[in-house]
Design a protein. Sequence first.
Length: 478
Amino acid sequence: RGWCDIGYHFVISQSGLIFEARRGEDRPAAHVENQNTGNIGFSFIGNYEEQRVPDVQLEAAARIMGWALRTHTGVQATREFIKGHREWPGQNTACPGDNLFARLDEIIAKAVGDTPPPPPDGQVRFEARWLTSPPDRDGAGLPDALEGEAMEAVVILRNGTAGPIRNVRLGYSVGAGLIATDYTIESDAPSFDGASFGVNDADAAPENPPKDGLVGDGELVLYAFAAGETKRVRIALKPDAYGEPHRRALRLWATNIDGIYRHPDFGARPELNTQDGLMRQALDLDVVHPAAWTWDGPATREGWDPCGDVPTPVWFREGDGLIGLAGEVGPCVISAPWAAVDAGRFDALALSLRADGATRDVRVAWAPAGASFRDEHGLVFRVPGDGQWRVWRLPVGGRPGWQGTLGRLMITGAVGFPEGAAGAGDTQIDAVWAQATGERASATEALPYTGEAPEIIEDAGGPPVNPGRDQGPTPRLD
């Protein structure tokens, strides 16, 4: 007939599968001529004038009918309200067939006696959390996502009242630096077990934004909940480029449940609240990078730790985002455990640093993850003790050990003082990041491709380097 869908609300297969056909049981379907208003149509696949109704099909019918009875409280579980097609006025049909018609009372009894939801407690339960979140890599108390890493947040709402709740809406605020790529709205109906979820009508609600359209602040329509029904919203996200803001924020809250809860503004108090608590949650995370570190995030060294067991000669200054190495021979730091520098692409390391008080020779070494540092896998370069910030671009490509994926970097603040001024001042490091000279690109857009060639004092090989300025120097990267 050229229809856009099937004329029933639900179709039940002989194997017990339940299909939603006419989306939204509050929309009239086309299953009983001239009698479609105000009812829900269930279609059974099969010829039940001749065939026996499979038990699994009856069980499925009872489940979906039980859900409908709990959702639409004005419908009673009696044959006055639940009829076969042939029983409606003006119909000339044998549908649903004698073998199915004879079992309608059995289906109703099963629907009423179906596994009930948990006893109502009068509360609508709200929970929001990271579903597939990264670990707290730097120990700052928040999940740490790598630049571009896929994550998923979930919101769970359960109707613990004795009746349906209506016009349920979920507010969201996707903060700067987070990209929402998809979302799905699911329900545990008709099982009401809090575990058997399937896509819900609200997932395709015309009022809702496109799947990749959760940008900034907005609202998702969740429609009505039956008594005992749980719905969940799964939101796929990823952080964009590493850098400011280091802390990314996702806010999720219930904005409306008719007659129960109204909370338009996450940061304000609800205008209406009949519940025990607030239905809102802030989900924050930090963003880190496997080949770039600025230490500008709140109270974090981004995984870098002092060498050895005595950290005294190494300091970290919160707010400034600096790692300092005392002006003596030996103090060093080792990179974050999640470091992963692609040596095939990146052939340079950039270091934003300065030395106070005395010229010194700084050493950078590298190794694969889990491997020990070797003397020949590194280089030493000279840093003037004038206190000026410079970005040094170290030509590491082609040197021994610079291959594969490197999971460890070590920076020694001083391996020598050519002018004999040991103990004067500190070596201060503001940022470290990988660069690809062929592409003239940095590992992250948050840091520029820049730097000057250093005076190499010693290394185990590699091309000669002429000290001097190369697209720099660059002041400290604030």
